[in-house]
Design a binder for this molecule. Sequence first.
Ligand code: FAD
Length: 546
Amino acid sequence: SERVVIVGGNAGGASAAARLRRLEESLDIVVLEKGENVSIGTCGMPYYVGDAIEDIDDLLVQTPQSLETRFALDIRTGHEVIDVDPEEKTVAVAHDGDTETVAYDSLLLSPGAEPIVPPIDGIDEAGNVHTLQSLSAAEAIRDRVEAEGTERAVVIGGGYIGLEATESLQEAGLSVSLVEMEDHVMQALDYEMAAQINNHLRDQGVDLYLNARAESIDAGDSTTVELADGTAIPADVIVLATGVTPRTELAEAAGLEIGDAGGIVVDDRLRTTEDDVYAIGDAIEVTDCVTGEPAHVPLAGPANKQGRIVANVIAGREDSQNCVLSTSIAKVFEKTVAATGRNERALEAAGIDYEKSFTYSMSHASYYPGAEPMWIKLIFGPEDGRLYGAQIVGGEGVDKRIDVIATAIEFEKTVFDLQELDLAYAPPYGSGKDPVNMAGFAAGNIVSGVVDVLHWHDLEDLDPTEYTLLDCRPLEERHDDGEIYGTRKLPLSNIRDRLDELPEDTTIVPHCKAGLRSYITTRILTQHGFDAKNIAGGYELYRAAQ
Ligand code: FAD
């Protein structure tokens, strides 16, 4: 019978193997996995290093035996593929000190990605540095966390893995320092959205170092991480979470094309540039749905779905992957943070013109107990309102909203389409105008010219002879929350009676807490002949970004 050889038995590889078997009983399916396990719950590992997940066995979604029994797969763990010969259609496999050759009719590469180890002096000598990339690494971290005398952890890298590890370690009782090279954590987000997470981390007692580069690790009597500015942070355990890079050595050795985003190049049917060799998951690059450019998206969702698609293709069925949107979500202590599509930085790099909106909505009707606020940022085409990306920071209900917007973006919809979506509503779940609808209204108002906006970062350079900042919150609120220096005060509640106090020769720039009351003010002013621009996101966003 025909043989399909799969390299890597985790997210992508195991998914492909199972689907292939469901489609073709007659295939000989060989899974070559260099580790000891297949199909593990990789994404759960950060929760194991603390103790949110107590037992490591809970992360073993399947065992080689359970997969073999159910799917009649030939699973060979402890087998590392060290070479591919596309001419001969064979792979060389190292196992127990021997090398064997395995022939294939179709070869699927799903070897994943390699953690990036930044150039930090002393990193190889320090015995307590771990990348959270394998079950054994997770176990090693947990052992250290539980060891006597372990009190302080340093996490290097503020992506979602670093943040999940930070929370997990802190909840296990350690005091945690997080070191991030950029000015904000979570690079999928833009600064002002991530700034809220920066602040939340500090509120939770995390020692956050931003714009900070770990330069060396000194493994003396007690280990310290030294930053470029000379700060020395003591560390009993160090978790390195500074990103991943596609594992391409095998592909390169086999002469497969590697693309601009650093991954194995595949077509829409996940075929590489060699006949009968396919690749999926963290090792490949994909087409970004928004920019159409190559992108590396090392996430479990795409890997799992590519596993299914490629199995269909290998089994001779019609299937393809057009593009990947890159939707992600993470729990950071009491916040949920999510992103989909492209952020400002990516759009700028791709030369795509955009506008943005910010809305602050409750997760469900505010009169029903337990509602939590969320900020939604939409990024869209300034002329046509085509959706390019969204970022949400909040608590309850963030997951649902990001997925609704991701669906809209994937189907190439606009901000106006969000206005019309008929979404489920009852007071415990949402509002008659769901936060997604509200985001669509605010963005649609900008695109259709109902309101002009300025953003928090525009305020720095405003010429006071041309612009008048106007605080339209009530006095108590200003008093409690603080204010932007130099603004005039005129609450929305009596603005219609006091319009004559406002200068007619400058643009009036109203703001409130989050942008809604100042939007109403802006509309009143505009209709009375003033030139007015609302500050999107209001004082709250401005303050978060300071
Ligand atoms: P992997 O799942 O990494 O599998 C690759 C397999 O190939 C490995 O088992 C490896 O041992 C094996 N292998 C490699 N080279 C060889 C070789 N030469 N021979 C034989 N075997 C080989 N994604 C999300 O979407 N959400 C999350 O919450 C999330 N959390 C994560 C948390 C952590 C700590 C980590 C590390 C990742 C997380 N991810 C998450 C990312 C997700 O796990 C990956 O995107 C996904 O596993 C990629 O699947 P893959 O099949 O391409 O690679």
